[in-house]
Design a protein around this ligand. Sequence first.
Ligand SMILES: CC(C)(COP(=O)(O)OP(=O)(O)OC[C@H]1O[C@@H](n2cnc3c(N)ncnc32)[C@H](O)[C@@H]1OP(=O)(O)O)[C@@H](O)C(=O)NCCC(=O)NCCS
Length: 226
Amino acid sequence: MPYFVARRNDSGPGAGRRSDMTGMVGARGYDTLEEAERELRAARARQPEADYQVIEADSPAEALMRAMTPGGALRVVVGTIDSRQEMDYALSVRRRVFVEEQGVSEDEEIDEHDGDPAAVTTAVHVLGRLESTQMPVATARLLLDHPPGEYPHIGRVAVLREFRGLGYGRAVMEALHEEARRRGIEGITLAAQLHALPFYEHLGYVAHGDAFLDARIEHRRMDLRL
Ligand SMILES: CC(C)(COP(=O)(O)OP(=O)(O)OC[C@H]1O[C@@H](n2cnc3c(N)ncnc32)[C@H](O)[C@@H]1OP(=O)(O)O)[C@@H](O)C(=O)NCCC(=O)NCCS
């Protein structure tokens, strides 16, 4: 739905002032684009120096987040993890998603592949952070210690709930695919939670075999040839 968004303008002539929308920064949803744009014109006429936008989003939070970065985009930057601190950020995303949201126990969730990247040689982890604020929002890992004849395994793919549907899951997966290609790896295998099957299919993965339980959650095996 279209949102009329007003936010604090800290650099322009209105620096330090707040919008007049409700006396504070915020986003208000409208049934139609015309109504939102009417509000935008009226607000600009009242206070021309303030920062107002109309943004298409699914929630007020998403509208505000989109407004935070220039051009309205919520860009994410993905990199491989090479410090203990980045690893801790990745684990905090995974705790929120798998432990708090999905009820997986901490013992099942975190294992020997999740230690200090300076010491762990069996996995490559990636972290996605918002370009605007550096907030960690997405992660995934590629395991390198696969049995001979099997493709390496990608797992622990997680995007914070409030940041889903914005392409961040695809971004961390593509970063790991790129890393795998760089290492001469020819394919990837993974165990997909059933609800995430379409997500992996969009990335080219093909499901095979029956569903099975892991951490009491139903999964299916999926493969991708790189
Ligand atoms: C699965 C998960 C990682 C997807 O991340 P996301 O950031 O929401 O996904 P994206 O926005 O990058 O979506 C990428 C593509 O998959 C599609 N997609 C994502 N989830 C989908 C779903 N449930 N059904 C259909 N399509 C879906 C998107 O439409 C998009 O398609 P496009 O690029 O062709 O437009 C995220 O939902 C998540 O963290 N879930 C909880 C943890 C979890 O279950 N992880 C997987 C364990 S196997």
